[in-house]
Design a protein around this ligand. Sequence first.
Ligand code: NDP
Length: 319
Amino acid sequence: MTITTAIVGYGNLGRSAETLIKAQPDLELFGIFSRRSELDTDTPVYPVDSINDYADQIDVLYLCLGSATDIPEQAPDFAKHFTTVDTYDNHKQLPHHYATMNAVAGEAGNVAIIATGWDPGLFSLNRVLGAAVFPEPQQNTFWGRGLSQGHSNAIRGVEGVKYGVQYTIPREDAIAAAKAGNGADIDGKDAHLRQCWIVADEADHDRITDTIVNMPDYFVGYQTEVHFISEEEFLRDHQGLPHGGRVITSGTLGKTKSTVEFALDLESNPDFTAAVLVAYGRAAARLKAEGKTGAFTVLEVPPYLLSTKSLEDLIAQDL
Ligand code: NDP
């Protein structure tokens, strides 16, 4: 079965999704919907305001929008007319997003797979799997070193910020302690530094710093550094989008100790996030074809639905 997909929002994630959809044998790309009329791409571009006119022609809509405001404001309307997949990454707001999308998609008879990507996403799966096998699991998640797109988007939303990025950097001693099973006292907030590099007028520096370190959900409670640099330095040193991280779970099993680790080393965060998003689009189309409706997290989607192989082939070759 060929699955016809479309992208809404053409930023880093949208551009990566465009390339990766075209590389998949069972997916085709109908077009890209954007708030901007001109995009640098050969794929057909449509105004996002006209998207509902094409609802009958699209099986899965990839929501490649920002998490800070775009997804909370727009995702429910898309779910009224389309089966959707998103990479929403505001962890504290996930229960609310899940409930909203479940209500809207359920009523419309659509499927909405939420919070795919790697964190939330594949890390969430591995947190649950790791913890499930130990009677008393000790679990730690580390991020980076890497550029956090969600946090970078959040600081770029602060008035007066011309350019801004945020790197998350884990402490090596904290990783070693977690691997040794001594991670109980590691607080995720203490184990990471949030380092911001910003271009802004000098008159705005104090206000911008204050706004960032006091931003709820994103920075409050973390060790946060805010550095202001020249535009030239920013364009020279801060153009890549690397990321990575690890989920480490350890525990005692009877008289023995075991450690489970899931690690990612990503040259491009948007490429990998889009790769996961794209695969969950395949699952969304299959769930919809099975008659399922409502919102699903990655915890609720059977892994075989993500694969291009049939369940029979997976059982024969990959179990
Ligand atoms: P971008 O800031 O690149 O894009 C967000 C939106 O902004 C786009 O959809 C686009 O909408 C608009 N936009 C992009 N570029 C421009 C531009 N030059 N001028 C005007 N508007 C523009 O965000 P990313 O694609 O990097 O990331 C999207 C979200 O993915 C993030 O907010 C983050 O929360 C999430 N994410 C989740 C991860 C996970 O593991 N779950 C990992 C990484 C990211 P339009 O085309 O309509 O203008």
